[in-house]
Write a protein that binds this ligand. Structure first.
Ligand code: GDG
Length: 494
């Protein structure tokens, strides 16, 4: 296991588990939340006796959230996290809505994905965002104080996660300075960082950039996002920068910027794929083309369906021989744009199935919902082609999970260059999702690719992803903040 020299305080919008009320006892219980971040980071928090600060998912309007201990049967990565290691953030529901739906999802999500036409700029939401960030900062300082009292020799490492917490660093630092607490602050962004030309549209871009620069160390998935950030700091704030060393000088501090491509627990997916029962009907002739995404406009679902329709028009030999299976996980369902996207997809799929279906075959199977990890691993394993074709995506873990699950005859990964994953997964077939004709040709090429070529491409993808798994990511992060405990068994870092 990767070890840290400093106790870690993870600060994220959400706690690492979901709280559910047991109707029989009236008490809250922990339910696992399955994200890769939790799997990777929770063990380090447990091992360093650190803390996790985050919203509990509940609105108790002023009442305290009592965090339950883990159930003795809990085998999840958060099972070792005692209730005193969890600091819940409690925000009144209107303020939370303005911060989360208003600022995070209606402004930052589209803007950072370079879709400014969809972004809403509203000063009241920005004020709500500031306020909520201050509350997260206040509780983070409580965490730092707790850890310092326990061991004054160690400097706690605060790790802020994602676009929900862009402004927290400066408040944390100011309060720690005032109280004489030492602290190291790092930040990691899970979505892209856009170019200066997009970022400058945000009316409070200077405040936002200064907020991020309150950290000692800043991580993005890939070098392009790092360079975009550095460019913004230079052009908007006039900072001195070093693009080679990826350093930004701000208020006479030097901040390090690091490309840290996130990944998956590779071996876990591999084992799940080997153990999972068959979910796709065993039919030699039928090839499955798979899509797995949160239902989000950044994921390019309508472009993908359009390309699949064009495939059936241009290459009619695939009729009755391929099925496109799209799993779309419901997301932000109370937002109008997401509801419209769902209606649009329902209509497109209905129309295409009406147009091409025969008595024994429908071209598109569509699951609007969440399936279990075991089922997901089996779908990955049994599909001939995976379409990971977002219009813009920070990294995209589905591409990596698909590769890890190719434990039998390998399939083909079709990947958009607009996903961070496109930067390193070079043996995938790359396709621009906006170019429908080329997209259909690429799906055809994937469906008809010779076995040798599939194997060659997949083995290389697997070799890289196995080596650079989520532990490698965590290790690289700890190294970037100078907190990696020497471990003779450790793998090489980037
Ligand atoms: C953000 C960034 C970045 C999907 N369907 C089911 C299911 N999933 C799981 C997948 C995968 C995860 O959801 C989706 O991860 P992505 O990376 O594809 O996308 P975002 O949710 O947008 O994540 C992204 C990521 O943060 C990490 O930094 O890569 O760019 O946008 O793990 O397996 N899981 C289950 N059932 C499903 O039906 N259990």
């Amino acid at each position: 296991m990767v070890q840290s020299t400093s106790p870690m305080v993870v600060v994220a919008n959400r706690l690492p588990f979901v709280l559910k009320k047991n109707e029989a006892t009236g008490l809250f219980e922990r339910k696992q939340s399955a994200g890769g971040l939790v799997t990777a980071v929770a063990p380090v928090v447990v091992e360093t006796g650190g803390l996790w600060v985050g919203w509990s998912g509940l609105h108790l309007e002023g009442k305290e959230v009592v965090i339950p201990e883990a159930d003795p049967s809990d085998k999840s990565p958060t099972a070792g996290l005692k209730s005193e290691q969890v600091i819940p953030v409690n925000i009144e529901s209107q303020l939370f809505d303005d911060y989360y739906n208003g600022q995070c999802n209606a402004t930052f999500w589209p803007l950072f994905h370079s879709m400014p036409d969809r972004a809403v700029f509203n000063e009241d939401k920005w004020k709500a965002y500031r306020k909520v960030n201050e509350e997260f900062a206040r509780l983070t300082v409580v965490a730092v104080k707790k850890l310092t009292e326990r061991n004054p020799e160690q400097v706690p490492l605060v790790w802020l996660q994602d676009y929900h917490l862009l402004l927290a660093a400066n408040s944390i630092r100011a309060a720690c300075d005032e109280q004489g607490l030492r602290v190291k602050i790092a930040f990691f962004l899970h979505i892209p960082f856009p170019s200066w030309d997009i970022m400058r549209l945000f009316p409070w871009d200077d405040e936002l950039l200064q907020g991020i620069l309150g950290c000692d160390s800043i991580g993005f998935h890939i070098e392009d996002y790092c360079l975009n950030f550095i460019d913004c700091c230079q052009r908007r704030l006039g900072c001195r920068v070093d693009r080679e060393q990826m350093l930004v000088e701000h208020n006479s501090f030097t901040v390090g910027v690091h490309p840290l491509p996130i990944s998956i627990p590779y071996e876990r997916f591999c084992q799940m794929a080997m153990a999972a029962p068959q979910v796709v009907k065993n039919n030699e002739k039928m090839q499955i083309i798979l899509g797995v995404d949160r239902l989000d406009y950044t994921k390019g679902l309508t472009h993908r369906i359009k390309a699949f329709e064009h495939l059936l028009e241009k290459y009619p030999e695939h009729k009755e021989n391929v099925t496109f299976l799209q799993i779309a996980v419901p997301s932000r369902t109370d937002v109008k744009e997401y509801q419209e996207l769902k209606e649009n997809l329902d209509q497109m799929i209905g129309r295409i199935n009406g147009r091409f279906s025969t008595p024994n075959w429908s071209p598109i199977r569509y699951i609007y919902g969440c399936i279990s990890h075991d089922q997901l691993a089996a779908f990955y394993r049994d599909s001939s082609v995976a379409l990971v074709t977002p219009l813009r995506d920070g990294m995209n873990l589905v591409a990596k999970e698909y590769v890890a699950c190719q434990t039998g005859d390998p399939g083909v990964l079709v990947l958009s260059p607009f996903a961070g994953a496109g930067n390193s997964m070079l043996e995938a077939l790359q396709v621009n999702p906006f170019e429908t004709n080329d997209f259909s040709d690429t799906i055809h090429r994937a469906l008809t690719m010779p076995k040798d070529e599939k194997e060659l491409r997949m083995r290389q993808l697997q070799r890289r992803e196995r080596e650079r798994d989520v532990e490698f990511w965590l290790q690289s992060f700890l190294k970037s903040v100078d907190c990696l405990k020497d471990d003779p068994a450790k793998k090489g870092t980037m």
